[in-house]
Design a protein around this ligand. Structure first.
Ligand code: AMP
Length: 396
């Protein structure tokens, strides 16, 4: 069975075709600059040359057609007929309060995606366009929506309510939702399997540390709290996002700089985080290089990042009244032994120790805690595309 996984942005479309017999990626690629001059398809079939094609893509409809043509191309293709694709799994950002799981797309599901445009203004419209483009190009082939927010829908009210007038929750659904849910679901499940934890009696903290970052507290496989909120701006210090701050900062900057609220929020999303503090880059590798060269602001950025993660871990240990395993994932979490070590050095009170040699391993599932550690610490590579493909397969 072959599953096509699609992740649509406002001007991009990423895809992977996965053979579910062995979970191998048959081809993956990217359409860039959809709706803008200079659109380009990059198609990477496994074991074959890369196809790069500059061709006008006025909309996602055309992009989907080009992807299907590339997948069936005589030279660069990996299938001979579109009907070899059993289903399409779509990454969709926001399902509001409506879905706690993935779901086969029908008119009701599309309405929910549409109703959540306000909550995910950059992503949900593009996600819906992607779904409709696939329906048009592949009639009869089922589409499955896999939501970034779904895994966190098990959070209790006390974790998701903001302490603002209740009427705003009732009128506008303003509450905490959480994101990166596909990754948190995949990694917490793998932690339980890999660490041989009791699925019905387990407390896991997942640290998804990439360019965007979030942490979740997972009891018996169910999310009870997570660090992102109404939008992905809340929580950790990220590549360019501020994470938590006093909301009055928005008003203060707006008044001092003569900006409106939208402009300040844009700054908090795009010019803040480790980029904002260091002034160097949003990429941890660049910031750490600057640190080695003696850049003081780079030091502060990394130390503040690590400190925030450690504080969230402490909060979630309290929320769960204990923890069995802490797992690192995503770009920084999977690759950066120095950051992992720095975070774990705050966790002595939990009896956490790190095995320095194992902490250097890369690209595989590994326990990095020391033999005497009271809490297991793991690195589990996340794979959101595979998780989407698995959920799609399960539903059809
Ligand atoms: P992601 O959003 O999951 O792709 O993660 C991107 C972040 O991971 C960037 O800040 C990168 O600097 C960081 N990253 C990726 N590879 C490495 C690496 N080998 N060592 C340290 N950081 C890395």
């Amino acid at each position: 069975m072959k599953i096509l996984v699609i992740n649509c942005g406002s001007s991009s479309l990423k895809y992977q075709l996965i053979d579910m017999e062995n979970e191998e990626v048959l081809a993956k690629g990217l359409c860039e600059r959809i709706g803008i001059a200079g659109s380009k398809l990059t198609h990477k079939p496994a074991g074959k040359d890369v196809l790069e094609k500059e061709e006008a893509m006025p909309d996602h409809q055309v992009a989907v057609k080009l992807v299907l043509a590339a997948l069936q191309d005589k030279v660069y293709g990996v299938i001979s007929d579109v009907n070899e694709i059993a289903a399409v799994g779509h990454r969709v950002l926001h399902a509001g309060k409506y879905y706690s799981d993935s779901i086969v797309v029908n008119e009701d599901v599309k309405k929910v995606v549409r109703d959540c445009f306000d909550l995910g203004p950059l992503h949900n419209p593009a996600n819906l366009i992607g779904i409709e483009a696939c329906e048009a190009a592949m009639p009869g082939i089922p589409n499955v929506a896999v939501f970034d927010t779904a895994f966190h829908q098990t959070m209790p009210e006390k974790a998701y309510m903001y302490a603002i007038p209740y009427e705003y929750y009732e009128k506008y659904d303003i509450r905490r939702y959480g994101f990166h849910g596909t990754s948190h679901r995949f990694v917490s499940k793998r932690t339980i399997e890999f660490g041989k934890l009791n699925p019905d009696n387990s407390k896991v903290i997942v640290c998804h540390l990439g360019n965007g970052g979030s942490i979740s507290a997972v009891v018996n496989g169910k999310c009870v709290d997570t660090s992102m909120g109404l939008t992905p701006l809340e929580g950790l210090i990220m590549g360019t996002r501020s994470g938590d701050l006093d909301p009055a900062v928005v008003q203060y900057i707006a008044n001092k700089e003569g900006k409106d609220v939208n402009e300040v929020i844009n700054i908090l999303n795009k010019k803040s985080g480790i980029f904002g503090i260091s002034g160097v880059s949003s990429d941890f590798r660049d910031v750490q290089k600057a640190q080695r060269e003696g850049n003081k602001r780079a030091d502060i950025a990394v130390e503040a990042f690590v400190y925030r993660v450690a504080k969230y871990i402490g909060a979630y240990v309290a929320a769960m009244n204990g923890v069995d395993a802490i797992t690192f994932t995503a770009g920084v979490g999977e690759n950066d032994a120095v950051i992992r070590n720095a975070i774990c050095s705050y966790l002595g009170y939990l009896g956490v120790t790190v095995d320095a040699k194992k902490n250097e391993l890369r690209g595989e599932e590994v326990e990095i805690s020391g033999a005497d550690s009271k809490v297991k610490v793991y690195v589990i590579p996340t794979n959101e595309e595979l998780a989407i493909a698995r959920e799609t397969k399960a539903l059809i």
